[in-house]
Design a protein. Structure first.
Length: 103
C-alpha cells in the first residue's frame, strides 16, 4: 500500500539552514543572524547575504551578543585568526551601523 503525499506546498518541506550565535549559543535560522567574515586577505567584514568567501561566524543582531562575541576572544576563535584593534573597531562600527539600519 502506497502512502499518499500530503497536499502541503513544496516550500513547506524545504529545510531552513540553522546556525549558532557564537555569543549566546542560540540556534536560529541563518537569515536571522549576522555573519562576520574574515576574507582571504584577512580583512573583516559584515556579510549581509551570507555568500562572501572566507571564514565566517554568526552573531545575533543585538548589542549584547556583539559585546559577548568580542569578549573572551570568541570571535577570534570562530574566525581562526587574531583580531587587531583596528579590526575590532571595524566590527563594532559595522555592527552598530547594521543595528541602526535594522531599527
Amino acid at each position: 500500500m502506497k502512502k499518499m503525499k500530503s497536499s502541503s506546498s513544496p516550500s513547506a518541506d524545504k529545510r531552513v539552514p540553522l546556525r549558532t550565535c557564537i555569543a549566546c549559543r542560540t540556534v536560529r535560522a541563518k537569515q536571522e543572524l549576522v555573519r562576520v567574515v574574515r576574507t582571504r586577505d584577512n580583512s573583516i567584514d559584515i556579510d549581509l547575504k551570507g555568500k562572501k568567501a572566507g571564514r565566517g561566524a554568526y552573531l545575533c543582531p543585538t548589542a549584547e551578543c556583539l559585546a559577548a562575541g568580542l569578549k573572551g576572544n570568541r570571535l577570534e576563535q570562530a574566525l581562526h585568526g587574531r583580531l587587531t584593534p583596528e579590526s575590532r573597531e571595524q566590527i563594532v562600527r559595522l555592527m552598530k551601523g547594521f543595528l541602526e539600519g535594522a531599527s
